[in-house]
Design a protein around this ligand. Structure first.
Ligand SMILES: Cc1ncc(COP(=O)(O)O)c(C=O)c1O
Length: 421
């Protein structure tokens, strides 16, 4: 496949012409640079705005003005049940049943809430395995959870590192660490895709290994959701959470999401912190004593749905539904392979790609590690209308997103990078 790639504008445009997802680009608003769309490669940080958001937001404003409090039941999308708009579409994206997912809260909050349920250290089972170099918010969440139960993070948290001189964590090392921790292990908590390297972990085998030693497995899917097709239910994953402002294009600080396997949802012994929106819907307004959690992922909700924070989510999930995760993934693998191939044609700049080269071990992101001049190159890209992102100390991350990026975008990026002397 790779042998047929070409570093020409004509080739890139031909690929766009035969790309069935190409028209989806039209559904998004692009920031402008000198009168034209920027080359946007930052969907791994903040996805672009679907054009339909403005209309849908206006609809909620009108319904609020028109109905006041009655909008909870009279609005075109009644606010009382607004969160029910998302179950089916989210379930398709993460490979779950619709009752196993809910759009609620935000990512780090959800991670804490889920750890309140699935990290219940007792006796000698109190350790947590996570990846070294996890996103700081995950590190802080895990650190403070173990402290809350009186453990020393140095002892209770086992971090799995890449081998010396490598950037990628070998799955074999994760599995060996799980086995070695044995019955001291309470939880495996990994990022699905590492934010820095772009490595996608094999969640199925990690989950199975955790279960073999009697531990739970839960994942932060911030960089995986909407990027890689997942099968959380079939992989027997216990829980997961994600944000929706990256690949799910739902806007800054937008609502997060939760998945919990159905056998935990319906198990009353799984502890969950209570709030009225997690209570049985039928008795929610009876104002009676005694929290009765729903028997689905909705029971991890706390408060009533933040409707304005969910409007873009609604708009974006519609687009995902029309495009379909499988088609997106097919394009994504080819588009990222093209970008990788183009980058490999550039030999005069001091960088290497640290993202795995096998497509099953990555999503769309590529991470370029610079041994020198990284920040300077990044600034030049920005001056030339490229939006990428810079991660300290020396990585430029670029994400060709199959929903709105084109082969021409990749070619233009290559052309600009190649012109930096
Ligand atoms: C992997 C990962 N985890 C956690 C977070 C924090 O998310 P939030 O601020 O929505 O809690 C981020 C934010 O970018 C992230 O990339």
């Amino acid at each position: 496949m790779q042998a047929s790639f070409e570093a020409t504008l004509e080739y890139a445009q031909e690929q766009d012409n035969i790309d069935i997802l190409f028209p989806f680009r039209e559904r998004f608003r692009f920031p402008q640079h000198e009168g034209r769309d920027v080359s946007y490669f930052c969907g791994n940080s903040l996805g672009l705005q679907p054009k339909s958001v403005a209309y849908l937001m206006q609809q909620e404003l009108e319904d609020w003005a028109r109905f006041g409090v009655e909008g909870h039941f009279e609005a075109r999308n009644p606010w009382f049940s607004y969160h029910h708009l998302f179950g089916e579409r989210l379930a398709k994206i993460v490979g779950a049943h619709k009752d196993e997912v809910v759009a609620t809260n935000t990512l780090t909050v959800n991670l804490h809430l889920l750890m309140m349920s699935f990290y219940r250290p007792e006796g000698k089972r109190y350790k947590i395995i996570m990846e070294a170099g996890a996103f700081p918010s995950d590190q802080y969440a895990v650190e403070t959870q173990v402290r809350m139960y009186g453990y020393d993070p140095e002892d209770a948290i086992i971090e799995i590192k890449p081998r010396d001189g490598h950037y990628i964590i070998e799955e074999e090392d994760i599995l060996n660490a799980i086995e070695a921790a044995g019955d001291s292990l309470a939880l495996v908590m990994f990022g699905g895709v590492n934010y820095y390297t772009g490595q996608f972990f094999d969640l199925k085998i990690i989950t199975a290994a955790a279960h073999r030693v009697g531990a739970y497995a839960g994942y932060d899917l911030a960089h995986a959701v909407g990027n890689i097709p997942l099968q959380l239910h079939d992989w027997n994953v216990d829980f997961a959470c994600w944000c929706s402002y990256k690949y799910l294009n739902s806007g800054p600080g937008a609502v997060g999401g939760i998945y919990v396997h159905e056998h935990h949802c319906s198990n009353p012994k799984i502890f969950r912190l209570g709030g009225w929106w997690g209570n049985e819907e039928k008795t929610r307004f009876k104002m009676e004593k005694g929290f009765v959690p729903q028997n689905n992922a909705g029971s991890w909700q706390m408060s009533n749905a933040p409707v304005f924070n969910m409007v873009a989510h609604n708009a974006s999930l519609d687009i995902f539904d029309k495009a379909g995760m499988q088609a997106l993934r097919e394009k994504s693998e080819h588009l990222t392979a093209y970008m990788e191939w183009l980058l490999k044609q550039i030999t005069h700049l001091p960088f290497e790609i640290i993202t795995p080269s096998q497509s099953h071990r990555r999503g769309c992101q590529l991470s370029l590690l610079f041994s020198d001049r990284g920040r300077e190159v990044f600034d030049k890209l920005t001056e030339n209308g490229v939006v990428a992102d810079w991660r300290e100390p020396n990585v430029i991350r670029i994400a060709p997103v199959p929903l709105y990026n084109t082969y021409e975008d990749c070619y233009r990026f290559y052309e600009i990078l190649n012109s930096i002397k």
